[in-house]
Design a protein around this ligand. Structure first.
Ligand code: SAH
Length: 349
């Protein structure tokens, strides 16, 4: 009898909410055979949980100074061609004011690991934003810090933190980063953040150099153990002034497949359709939304610095004012069949 037949394929198990073995997960990642059905099922689950809502988070890229030398990243310390900048507290507050007027209620402060921004300076910045916009959520994405630092930012008013784990395989981590960095410390940070009470975002690049399917399975297993509130994934995109210059970019197809699989494994998770996804394909973010993504992060940085925050080449949205960015995304989200929600979007249960 067909209806009593146990789920046989990894795909059937996934949509039936049954656990998959590593082999089944790997097989699913390696085939395009189920893509259309994966996207449809992921969209179904996202609509059951969130309806057609897409949450917006205003991104402020406030410094491109960085003490780290991640081999894939365009703002790595070793890139002597990078044109460095940092915004003042007043400039950052002005980005928030503009964003607030446009309806944003979450500000994501992202930057390189810039020693100028000491714990005191970050806390003063967070407190100033928190005082000026008490109805907004403040997200930080400023890399690896001590638990005491994370606690101080929290006490100043930060409630969310984005720190992609980048890869959950220690050997792969070593291929992407200099010896001064380690997966163990990255993971320590994520668990510290959770313990303090942050809503945490982890994630990784799809198609980063040397990445294998088994490592993607490892990423998914790590995410299942961590259970983050947000999972940020986007294709790896090469940058000429990095160790990995000339390495092939990650693919649109695999990124979309992963988004769908993540939506099915983590029905409640916040899943951004990232700028990198919009960079490898003109309609990448729309396709991401249709494959289960439910967050967009328009850029609120001043236009004059946007090109300088060049994590990878040909990054989109670097020439437009924030208002244009906001309305462009609104159109795209609408055309994809969803609608932007401008409230705080706090979905913590
Ligand atoms: N210093 C912060 C912010 C890093 S930039 C931190 O360490 O968390 C944010 C993310 O951009 C990184 O976590 C990385 O996953 C992504 N990124 C960096 N270089 C990239 C590239 N060349 N292609 C695609 N994504 C990249």
């Amino acid at each position: 009898m067909a209806e009593n037949r146990p789920a046989e394929t990894g795909f059937e198990k996934l949509i039936g909410k049954q656990p998959l073995t590593d082999e089944e997960l790997a097989a699913l990642l390696d085939t395009a055979d189920y893509d259309d059905r994966l996207f449809a099922e992921a969209d179904l689950v996202r609509r059951q949980v969130y309806g057609d809502a897409v949450f917006v988070r205003g991104l402020i890229e406030f410094t491109n100074y960085c003490k780290n030398d991640c081999y894939y990243c365009g703002i790595r310390a070793g890139n002597s061609h990078a044109n460095r900048y940092r915004l003042t507290e007043e400039e950052i507050l002005s980005c928030c004011r503009e964003g607030y007027a446009l309806g944003f209620r979450t500000f994501v402060l992202q930057g390189g690991e810039d020693p100028y921004f000491t714990t005191e300076r970050i806390c003063s910045l967070v407190a100033a934003i928190h005082t000026a916009f008490p109805d907004c959520a403040i997200t930080l994405s400023i890399g690896e810090k001590t638990k005491a630092d994370y606690q101080a930012y929290f006490d100043a008013g930060a409630r969310r933190y984005l720190l992609r784990h980048e890869t959950a395989d220690p050997a792969h981590y070593e291929k992407l980063h200099p010896a001064s960095m380690s997966l163990a410390n990255r993971k320590r940070c994520l668990y510290d953040l959770k313990e303090i009470g942050y809503q945490v975002g982890a994630g990784f690049m799809v198609g980063s150099p040397y990445q294998t399917t088994d490592q993607l399975v490892c990423d998914i297993r790590f995410l299942q153990a961590l259970s983050p509130d947000m999972i940020g994934i986007g294709p790896y995109i090469s940058h000429a002034q990095t160790t990995f210059a000339g390495q092939p970019n990650g693919s649109l197809a695999l990124t979309l497949r992963l988004l769908a699989i993540l939506r099915l494994l983590f029905p409640y998770v916040l899943l951004p359709a990232t700028t990198a996804l919009g960079t490898i394909a003109p309609n990448g973010r729309e396709l991401g939304l249709k494959a289960g993504a439910n967050v967009v992060m328009p850029n609120l940085s001043p236009v004059r610095v946007r090109k300088k925050y060049e994590l990878y080449e040909n990054k989109i949205c670097t020439g437009e004012e924030s208002a244009q960015c906001r309305s462009c995304l609104e159109q795209r989200v609408k055309a994809a069949g969803y609608h932007i929600v401008t409230d705080i979007g706090d979905v913590r249960r």
